[in-house]
Write a new protein. Structure first.
Length: 204
C-alpha cells in the first residue's frame, strides 16, 4: 500500500523543526547545507520551500517571536498585583532567552546581509510587544488609548529589558532572579527612590 505524502504545510513544518535543531546547536553560524543534511534532503528542496536563506531565516524568526509574544501576553494578563505582573513578564522574557541562547543569538546577532528578513520579524515582534504593553499601561494609569505617555513608556521598557537581557546573556555574572529583581525594582521606581534617599543623605 502506498502511504500518502505529507502536505506542503506539514513538510514545511518538519523542515522548520530540523532548522530549529541546527540553530539550537550552531546559533548564527547555521548554514543551509547543515539544515538540509539534518532534514535528510538536498538544498534545492529547502530552497523550494523557503525561496532563499532569508526566507528560511524569516520563517524561523516568526516561529520563535510568535511563541515568545504569546508567553509574554499570558504573563501580562495573569492574576496578581501590577508589580507581580511586571516581575512575571520580565522573568518570562529572561527565562526564554536563557533557555534558548543560540536561538536568541540567531535572531539578534545574525549578519544583517543574510538575515534582513529575520531582523524584520524581530522588529515586528518588538513593535507588537510595545503596542501590547502600551495598552496595559494606559489601562493601569487611566489614560486614553494611544496616549503618548503610555506609548513612550512601553517602548522605553521594552528597549531597556531587551538591552539588559542582551548584556546579561552575553556577559553572564548575575543570577537570573537577581536581574529580574533589579529590573522590576527599576521599573517600579527604585531609581527615583534612590535619588530621594541620596539627597537626604541616606544613600548607600
Amino acid at each position: 500500500m502506498t502511504l500518502p505524502l505529507p502536505d506542503r504545510s506539514a513538510r514545511r513544518e518538519a523542515l522548520l523543526e530540523a532548522a530549529d535543531r541546527i540553530v539550537q546547536r550552531d546559533g548564527p553560524a547555521v548554514s543551509m547545507a547543515s539544515i538540509a543534511a539534518e532534514a535528510g534532503i538536498t538544498k534545492p528542496i529547502l530552497y523550494r520551500h523557503f525561496g532563499d536563506k532569508g526566507g528560511l531565516y524569516a520563517a524561523l524568526a516568526e516561529r520563535h517571536t510568535d511563541r515568545l509574544l504569546a508567553a509574554l501576553q499570558d504573563a501580562l494578563a495573569g492574576a496578581g498585583t501590577p508589580r507581580a505582573r511586571v516581575e512575571r513578564t520580565v522573568r518570562t522574557y529572561l527565562a526564554t532567552i536563557e533557555e534558548e541562547p543560540q536561538v536568541y543569538r540567531f535572531l539578534v546577532h545574525s549578519a544583517e546581509g543574510e538575515a534582513a528578513s529575520a531582523h524584520g520579524q524581530v522588529r515586528s515582534f518588538l513593535r507588537r510587544l510595545s503596542e501590547l504593553l502600551a495598552v496595559g499601561i494606559a489601562a493601569e494609569l487611566g489614560l486614553p488609548a494611544g496616549a503618548f505617555r503610555a506609548e513612550i513608556w512601553a517602548r522605553g521598557i521594552v528597549g531597556m529589558v531587551q538591552a539588559a537581557g542582551d548584556w546579561w546573556l552575553l556577559e553572564g555574572g548575575a543570577d537570573r532572579e537577581e536581574l529580574v529583581g533589579e529590573l522590576t525594582d527599576l521599573l517600579w521606581g527604585a531609581y527615583a527612590e534612590g535619588v530621594r534617599r541620596s539627597s537626604r543623605g541616606g544613600g548607600d
